[in-house]
Design a protein around this ligand. Structure first.
Ligand code: SAH
Length: 400
């Protein structure tokens, strides 16, 4: 194709890309001296000129674009995108038919064959997240493919390619009939308020569906639950529905208070019987320690990176100390649900943080179970870092 430019993959990396690694790493390719236009199609070749794959150029904090085909005869056009999307939709047919769950991921970037964007479904509404200007240049293909393959009330989009991959604030409505927000979606029978046109986060993180369910069905009954970094209280709602004796939700953001009340109320739970605290989690731990408070079940789901007034939390550096503080306010034989979405370390490393935290606290523990992304967040084995979610259920076993 004349609109594809040849890009050489360095020898050292050629095999990695032949085997299906999808992300274009800066150090792996020889880019032309002139700046590439976002969305440029690249024909990847090895140093001998042999074809490796087709990619598009799209600068995001993770790399310079994505390999999207290993077939020389593929033309990257509307029908190419349509085939990928059709397959992705078909893959989620069970979820589409599930009346108890009306929110899930329809297209998960490289896991579904094209990195750089995702599509989520919220009860008839579709939300596209674009992670580079390059992939956004193909947005007409994606939107017409949605029109071909699904019925929708409306399509919304979020651009996440501002400086340092930040969210660009603008009207996010694309097509269809504007929604009246919040819309109410269901997850395993539980109601949640969703706002598609109100900033980067919509009210619920769909990747924790399995974890929330197991907390409700197997862990919450009769327990005093602490939910830290609680956002809209999704874990607290599931715990309360599972029969928790009490839940305490702690989040720094003012918005979390009203949104947590809203989600409790949508599920017929008396929010006044629960504690909803707007505070820094690290401050709350100190307070809980002072007051000798302790919990049977503590949920830890911090962002990978967060700046509060006093200090900056980085999961890769600070998770161990977060765990140590948690251990000290967890009952003997109590459960800590430790979660992270940080793609800078893998499950093995995450487990080493847990081990270190308990060792330094002089306390034994038992790993009960672990979770990663649910099926609709499709991942590929060639791109391990795409499976970013790591969740451990840990039981505190008492002092050594
Ligand atoms: N666990 C949530 C998602 C967490 S999103 C869920 O399952 O839905 C991250 C949240 O952490 C945000 O709501 C943010 O306001 C909050 N946060 C960030 N730093 C914090 C801190 N130091 N103390 C308390 N909350 C914090």
């Amino acid at each position: 194709m004349s609109n594809e430019i040849n890009i050489t993959v360095r020898n050292k990396y050629a095999n990695k890309y032949r085997k299906g690694y999808p992300l274009i790493l800066k150090e792996a390719v020889v880019l032309p001296k002139t700046l590439l236009v976002e969305g440029t199609l690249m024909r990847l070749i090895d140093e001998k000129g042999k074809f490796i794959g087709k990619a598009y150029y799209g600068k995001q904090n993770k790399g310079y674009g994505w390999v999207i085909s290993h077939n020389e005869s593929d033309t990257i056009d509307a029908s190419f995108f349509d085939r990928k999307l059709k397959k992705a939709v078909k893959n989620r047919s069970k979820l589409y038919q599930d009346d108890e769950t009306t929110a899930f991921r329809v297209f998960n970037g490289e896991g579904d064959g094209i990195g750089g964007f995702t599509i989520d479904y919220f009860d008839g509404y579709y939300l596209i997240n674009w992670y580079s200007e390059g992939i956004f240049s193909f947005s007409d293909y994606v939107i017409s493919s949605l029109e071909n393959n699904v019925d929708f009330k409306a399509i919304y989009q979020k651009k996440r390619f501002g400086k340092q991959g930040q969210y660009i604030k603008e009207d996010e409505f694309v097509k269809g009939e504007r929604g009246d927000f919040p819309i109410i979606v269901k997850e395993n029978g539980v109601n949640f308020a969703v706002y598609l046109n109100e900033g980067a986060m919509v009210g619920i993180f769909l990747d924790q569906r399995e974890v929330r369910r197991i907390i409700r069905d197997q862990y919450a009954y009769g327990k005093n639950v602490l939910n830290t970094f609680s956002y809209t209280g999704a874990f607290s709602v599931f715990a309360a529905l599972g029969g928790a004796s009490q839940t305490t939700s702690v989040d720094l953001a003012n918005r979390s208070y009203a949104k947590t009340i809203e989600n409790f109320s949508l599920n017929g739970i008396d929010y006044e019987a629960h504690d909803i605290i707007v505070d820094d989690v690290f401050k709350y731990f100190k307070y809980a320690n002072r007051k000798n408070k302790s919990f049977d079940l503590v949920i830890l789901d911090p962002p990978s990176f967060a700046r509060s007034k006093k200090f900056t939390f980085r999961a890769e550096k600070d998770y161990t100390s977060l765990l140590k503080e948690t251990i000290s306010i967890t009952e003997d034989r109590g459960i800590i649900v430790a979660s992270t979405n940080c793609s800078k370390f893998n499950m093995k490393k995450f487990k080493s943080f847990v081990d270190q935290a308990f060792k330094e606290s002089d306390i034994n523990y038992k790993l009960i179970e672990e979770y990663s992304l649910p099926e609709d967040y499709k991942t590929i084995s060639q791109f391990k870092e795409g499976n970013y979610l790591k969740v451990l259920f840990i039981q505190k076993q008492g002092g050594k």
